[in-house]
Design a protein around this ligand. Structure first.
Ligand code: MYA
Length: 380
């Protein structure tokens, strides 16, 4: 068996993103959290660096790095700011990805290219009041009126909803759930006030209303009635990318905790000499090793065009729970300083919690995994 190794280009991507995060994101991450906003200037720079379309082929304005490159980038971004990682995830791995996975050539040139170049911001509109975990139960409707689709309904918890220019929308038509591309400057589209959240405060989350929003007939994505499957396929990539962000945040927390443990003195010695602290660091490292192994194993399979539905559910489940545990240990190792806003640890602790909820709750992931295991008679 060959050794798993990143290519030179992938390593260069990582070091480019790391430098950018160190210089441009870490210094303002606390401000992003406090002001509950990612500066437009930062979004512009992310676009100029090609990070808002890193996974897509170059012919569609992307970086050509595929899912492995996307995971490398999200790992590094999440080390600095999970709000920014969330913004990128909603824009790229689910919002724009609907068009990449399901769109025709014309739609890709018209909508995916500006999204991938960061000239436009994307979002993914699936969730509704009665359709959270039960996404099949969505009520937003679309009907054809001459040469236009007319969309009516309400979406909830839409990440980037208030700042997106192009959204991928799932609505019910005569033939079932169907996907559409909607430009947000269409009359009848409106975003409500941002939700007040515990963490990832810099990432905006809004309700969206579609009040007789008219879009051209050609903005339907894929086949009518096949939109639910497209939403699920898109979430396969989204959940994997979420795992990568959890991995990056976990690595950052282990490094910060190790540094602190080697410097903080109690009982005339550094706390790194205490087995209680060492055990926490060991557990954190072991979880990170498992996360890294599963994220890149699955990302490689995704780039090989394999079906990774249940594997991405495993990645999402494991990595989000691992990060929560790691963030908790990081607070514990830092003691009072872990609880203080002087350090980024408490922000990671708050930001981490959402990962067990969005992109499908961990209970939904367990359902997906169990269904696969039962179907395959216990094989993974
Ligand atoms: S976005 C919203 C997230 N919402 C969810 O994830 C919803 C959760 N629910 C579900 O996933 C589904 O409803 C479940 C299925 C799983 C419950 N590939 O019979 P079914 C086909 C291909 O299973 P149900 C968000 O939060 C299936 O074969 N096809 O349906 C973003 C069948 O087809 P057919 C698939 O039991 C927030 C049909 O679909 C797949 O009702 C921001 C029906 O399936 C598949 N995978 O429900 C994110 N699955 O009829 C930013 C199913 O032909 C994140 N099918 O047999 C950024 C992260 C990083 C930052 C982190 C820092 C904090």
């Amino acid at each position: 068996m060959n050794e798993f190794a990143f290519t030179e280009e992938q390593n260069m991507l990582r070091s480019m993103v790391r430098d950018f995060v160190d210089n441009e994101i870490k210094p303002i991450a606390a401000k992003i959290d406090a002001e509950e906003k990612i500066p437009e200037d930062l979004i512009k720079k992310l676009g100029e660096l090609g990070l808002l379309g890193i996974s897509f082929p170059e012919e569609y304005g992307g970086g050509g790095f595929g899912e492995v490159g996307y995971c490398i980038m999200q790992e590094e971004i999440a080390r600095g700011c999970m709000s920014t990682a969330t913004f990128i995830g909603a824009h790229q791995s689910i919002g724009a990805n609907v068009i990449y996975l399901g769109g025709n050539e014309e739609q890709k040139q018209k909508y995916l290219v500006p999204l991938a170049k960061g000239e436009k911001i994307g979002a993914f509109c699936l969730t509704e009041a009665q359709a959270g975990s039960d996404s099949f139960n969505l009520k937003t409707r679309a009907h054809l009126d001459g040469e236009e689709w007319v969309i009516n309904g309400e979406k909830l918890w839409i990440t980037n909803g208030g700042i997106a220019n192009i959204v991928s929308v799932f609505a019910r038509t005569e033939k079932g759930i169907t996907a559409f591309i909607v430009e947000t400057d269409r009359p009848g589209f409106s975003a409500g006030p941002p939700e007040k959240k515990m963490g990832i405060k810099g990432s905006t989350t809004n309700p969206i209303t579609f009040d007789n929003v008219r879009i051209p007939k050609e903005n339907m994505v894929g086949q009518e009635g096949r939109g639910f499957i497209l939403a699920m396929k898109t979430l396969d990539a989204g959940r994997l990318g979420l795992g990568a962000a959890c991995l990056g945040a976990s690595k950052e927390l282990l490094e910060l905790s190790t540094r602190y443990a080697k410097q903080r003195k109690q009982f005339d010695t550094t706390i790194a000499n205490f087995q209680a602290i060492q055990f926490m660091l060991s557990e954190m490292a072991s979880l990170i090793y498992a996360m890294e192994s599963m994220v890149y194993r699955t990302a490689v399979d995704y780039d090989l065009k394999k079906d990774i539905s249940h594997q991405s559910a495993i990645v999402k489940l494991f990595c989000s729970e691992a990060l929560d545990k790691i963030a908790d240990y990081a607070v514990q190792i830092h003691g009072g300083m872990g609880y203080s806003r002087e350090m980024p640890i408490e922000r990671f602790y708050r930001d981490s919690r959402i990962n067990r909820i969005f992109e499908g709750t961990n209970e939904i992931q367990k359902g997906i995994i169990a269904r696969h295991v039962l179907k395959k008679n216990g094989k993974i």
